[in-house]
Design a protein around this ligand. Structure first.
Ligand code: OGA
Ligand code: MN
Length: 289
């Protein structure tokens, strides 16, 4: 039996692990249902640290989605090839096929470019939760960029230029930039048409401004395509400078969650022929809790 004292927020230890953001939360067993008080505490920590890391978690798909449900509605991702067969709210990302043989490519080549989860949809992602089931011996890190700090780091002139601009986000476009063998099907393209979002977004809880671009952003409304694309590349390059990064080096059984309204991210490479990386993922959508 787990001690219920583990669930008391005052027993939580919070250890910042990045230079400027990301924190490890110690003293929590995510397999035990979360009470409302503890959820509120965690939500404040989530806003403050942008990325929360829980080590050594042992819990199943149901416990994972039960935890996730506190943070909004669970997204059913348009790329249904990654769904768990019996529950489309759970995604498995692995370089192994269902029968255990290497697929011969990254688990999700689409994650290997800088992006914010679900920016290609009208209903944007709030939290993504990734659980490290099997990790490779080296590589397979996740890089994050702090888009609030990146906004703060823009020149006054650039802030003024970006304010009021609207970007078109398009999953089919960003996937075509990757080496993914499986490009989007016609049905998937119809289910995820391009959408528009403002380039600068205001966080509904913190009131802080953040850059909201990444490589799902294809172009800028009212600007020639090439010019908009060049501006998006320039701002993505600005946002991914070393001072805005946190690199998560995975350990097995890490559970990592991030605020897609404040950070963007990307997966790094590993030896996907000879090694294994399998992650379980849920993503929630909701503007405000
Ligand atoms: C994701 C993602 C990064 C990784 O699941 O949304 O981008 O390192 N994953 O697997
Ligand atoms: Mn992602």
């Amino acid at each position: 039996m787990q001690s219920s004292s583990l669930r008391k927020s005052e027993t939580l230890e919070i250890r910042p692990i990045g230079a400027t953001y990301a924190a490890e939360i110690i003293g929590l067993d995510l397999a035990i249902p979360l009470g409302d008080d503890l959820f509120r505490t965690l939500y404040q920590l989530f806003l403050q640290h942008k990325i929360l890391v829980f080590r050594d978690q042992v819990f199943d798909d149901d416990a994972h989605s039960q935890f996730a449900r506190h943070w909004g509605k669970l997204q059913v991702h348009v790329l249904n090839q990654y769904h768990k067969a019996t529950n489309p709210e759970i995604i498995y990302l692995s370089n192994l096929d269902r029968d255990g043989t290497p697929k011969g490519e990254h688990p999700d080549p689409g994650a290997a470019i800088w992006h914010t989860d679900g920016s290609w949809a009208k209903e944007r992602a709030l939290a993504t939760m990734l659980y490290g089931m099997v990790l490779p011996k080296s590589g397979g890190d996740t890089l994050f960029a702090d888009m609030v700090a990146a906004y703060d780091g823009l020149s006054a002139m650039m802030k003024q230029k970006l304010d009021g601009l609207i970007a078109v986000h398009n999953l089919d476009y960003s996937r075509s930039l990757t080496t993914a063998r499986q490009q989007m099907t016609e049905a998937q393209k119809r289910a995820a048409p391009p959408v528009e979002h403002s380039v600068i977004r205001i966080h509904p809880d913190t009131g802080r401004k953040a850059i909201y671009l990444g490589q799902h952003a294809s172009h800028i409304v009212g600007m020639p395509i090439d010019e908009g694309r060049a501006l998006i590349s320039e701002i993505n390059a600005h946002s991914t400078q070393a001072q805005y990064l946190y690199v998560h080096r995975w350990q097995p059984r890490d559970f990592v969650m991030w605020d897609n309204r404040q950070v963007m991210h990307k997966a790094t490479d590993f030896d996907w022929i000879n090694d294994v990386r399998t992650m379980r993922r849920t993503t929630t959508v909701r503007e405000k809790i």
